[in-house]
Design a protein around this ligand. Sequence first.
Ligand SMILES: [Fe+2]
Length: 314
Amino acid sequence: MRVTGMDPGLRQGDNRYSVVVLAKAGTPFDEGQPMARRHIEFIHAQDLPWQTEALPGPLAALDCKTLSHDSESGACSVILRFPPGWSRPTPEHLTAAQEFLVLDGEFEIGNQTYGLDAYGYLPAGHPRSRQASKPGAVILSFFDRRPDWMPGTATTGGTGAVPYLNLHEMPWTSEGVDPELLKGRVLVHKVLRHDKVVGSKTLMLNASAHAHPPNWKQRALHHPCVEEFFVISGDITGPQGIMTAGAYFWRPAGIAHGPFGSRTGYLAVCRFVEGHHVNIWHDDDLPYSYTRPYAPALPEDLRPLARGRTIAPY
Ligand SMILES: [Fe+2]
């Protein structure tokens, strides 16, 4: 195996690398083994129901699609839908860190307005003097534990806030992209957040159309951390089928994946959590095709919901 895309300060002989890979490399998801968040790869958000009471406190009244959920900590990845005129006019804070991207509409926290494709990472305890959505909003949101809302200002809070990014104003770059992934395709990213201590990294990814591995084959790879993915637009084809807008996966550490490519290009959010992002490439080439049947890896309760999607509207 070859290791690329490694974070600075993390070498192959590093204990963090060795322990994680030896323990989990190639291990398929087993529903009988303890695992806080289950392997979901992949499901389209359109196939998931809007629910209320999914989250505690004031969030319970909102329409919510739960993409994945940690039954132990309450951490979750959700799509929240705020109705027009929604308002929380008094100071509050959350006991969880919230990372979010506005998919539709507009949202306000304090004096900051978050419009389409605006991003924020607000650690636990981050002050929220007021919150509102005049036109309504749909927000892709990641909570790192159960998001309990508390009145007033927190006495302590997390660090590393990214209070506001307007993604439309950020340049694309291929700097830092694994060279293996640049072979035969254009792939660029915007780094929205990177905690170099714990390794959490969030990217916006964009691949060009006709982005496939050279000679229609490439090796699989895995990471010693979780990879989480949400497709905003376009298509990505991999071993589990064709992901289009709304597709989501939560892939635990150590699971082999790929090769991937895109016939029409794509825009997607990618998160690496619960460890440092390292690409560990396997030895053997695997065949690649833009046409693959939908063959997801899903927990039993999600299987009846998952229908997959096709990209051809004609
Ligand atoms: Fe990956």
